[in-house]
Write a protein that binds this ligand. Structure first.
Ligand code: NZQ
Ligand code: ZN
Length: 390
């Protein structure tokens, strides 16, 4: 196990009805004038917008609205939010929605406290963030873990670069997680969210760091919970307990706890982000395509780790003593699990051909050099993974 620091100050407020208290929590964290940030309108259809506004008013909190965050949030709206925060003297940002809304809020929170261009923070990992506007969230989809993660991911529509910043400075002060708020998700979005959660667990699981048995086993428990519960949502979209299991794993999958003492891989995420940047593909659908291809390409780096996963999570017995057969069987099982949720497992299924493989692989490495830690990947490797995913 490596040395580590673990710091996650996000207060998780979990359970039914807590969204009705959002104004009280904003006030608790000192918010007096709020930017109410949300997406394309689902919160208006579900009534969540009305509940949030009512609670803000009951607590005498002034607010300015900025809706319209799209999936794969864009830089232009972030810039607009920064302008509003500066001109209106906003002192708290309330993000009501999914990972895209929360990520947009995080980027705004950084940009509003600097005179520098926010995009520079996405492209230059060495830039230090000193100050941010505090954030609170009401989460409506279990997926990214952004409700307590150190990441924000934004797409620059001018050059189609999708990039992230990592900082503890904008971890939300609080996040309200009411599983009932996810009942209205279309089945495909639920599936994409579960695919993303599973990927966050894989990215951490596939480490070359040894003697991390405790976090390996926590990760395995989390994976099993997602693998079992995600398919149950199809028949039971309004089942609180199923949604609650998924929602809690989604947060813990990406709040840093399961990364302690180990170095994650993250190549699948970087390779996928090029797809969602260029083709506006949903992140979780990109991951259900890239993850099996990545596994096929890298498993020889540490076959024992794959065997451990096959045995402990995918319940593949050791009747086959051929390691390769066991691993292939496991990847097949994973692909079938994605398919059972209605997710794609090939690029062709989502209408993507090989015409931009080289360009995407090149962009993936800009300001990174190589990607991945389980196996360090260069441009040719990334192209090979896209080809395997075709
Ligand atoms: O925009 P609205 O109208 O709200 O609709 C959204 C959107 O169309 C809809 N939706 C959300 N909650 C709903 C709902 N519809 C009905 N009922 C509800 N309760 O679902 C669609 C997707 O929402 P979005 O916020 O885009 O989903 P997600 O949470 O998966 O966020 C994806 C973004 O986060 C990034 C992804 O790359 C992508 O840009 N990621 C962020 C991470 C982080 N900050 O830590 C880590 C991840 O790896 C990921 O990269
Ligand atoms: Zn992700």
């Amino acid at each position: 196990m490596l040395n580590f620091q673990f710091y996650n100050p996000a207060k998780i407020i979990f359970g039914r009805g807590e969204e009705n208290n959002v104004g009280k929590y904003v006030a608790e964290y000192g918010g007096k004038k709020v930017l109410l940030h949300y997406g394309g309108g689902s919160i208006k259809k579900t009534g969540l917008y009305d509940k949030a506004v009512k609670s803000l008013k009951e607590n005498n909190i002034e607010f300015v609205e900025l809706g319209g965050v799209c999936p794969n949030p864009v830089l232009s709206l972030v810039r607009k939010g920064i302008e509003i925060c500066k001109s209106e003297n906003i002192d708290f940002i309330l993000a009501v929605g999914g990972g895209s809304v929360i990520d947009s809020a995080k980027a705004i929170s950084v940009g509003a406290k600097t005179e520098e261009d926010i995009w520079e923070y996405f492209m230059d990992k060495k830039k230090v963030i000193y100050e941010t506007i505090p954030i609170g969230t009401v989460l409506t989809i279990a997926a990214t873990g952004s409700e307590s993660s150190t990441s924000t991911v934004v797409t620059n529509e001018e050059n189609l670069f999708k990039r992230s910043i990592s900082s503890s400075k904008y971890i939300p002060k609080f996040s309200i997680l009411n599983p009932e708020l996810t009942f209205t998700l279309p089945a495909y979005q639920t599936a994409c969210g579960c695919s993303d959660i599973l990927s966050h667990l894989f990215e951490r699981y596939f480490t070359l760091v040894e003697n991390v048995d405790f976090t390996d086993r926590l990760l395995e428990a989390a994976m099993k919970t997602i693998i079992i519960n995600a398919p149950l949502t199809k028949e039971n979209p309004y089942n609180y307990d199923i949604r609650a299991e998924i929602m809690w794993v989604g947060t813990l999958a990406h709040n840093g706890l399961l990364n302690t003492g180990r170095i994650g891989d993250w190549a699948s995420h970087h390779i996928e982000h090029e797809l969602s940047a260029l083709y506006n593909l949903t992140h979780g659908a990109g991951l259900s395509i890239i993850t099996p291809a990545w596994m096929k390409y890298v498993y020889k780096e540490n076959t024992d780790k794959f065997i451990q996963l096959a045995h402990r999570v995918f319940d593949i017995d050791f009747a086959y003593n051929e390691k390769e057969l066991i691993i292939k069987e496991m990847i097949k099982k994973l692909e079938n699990w994605y398919k059972s949720l209605g997710l794609p497992t090939t690029l062709r299924e989502v209408g993507i051909d090989d015409s931009h493989f080289s360009e995407m692989a090149e962009k993936c490495l800009v300001a990174r050099g190589l990607t991945g830690n389980f196996k360090k990947l260069n441009q040719e490797d990334i192209c090979n993974i896209y080809k395997l995913a075709l």
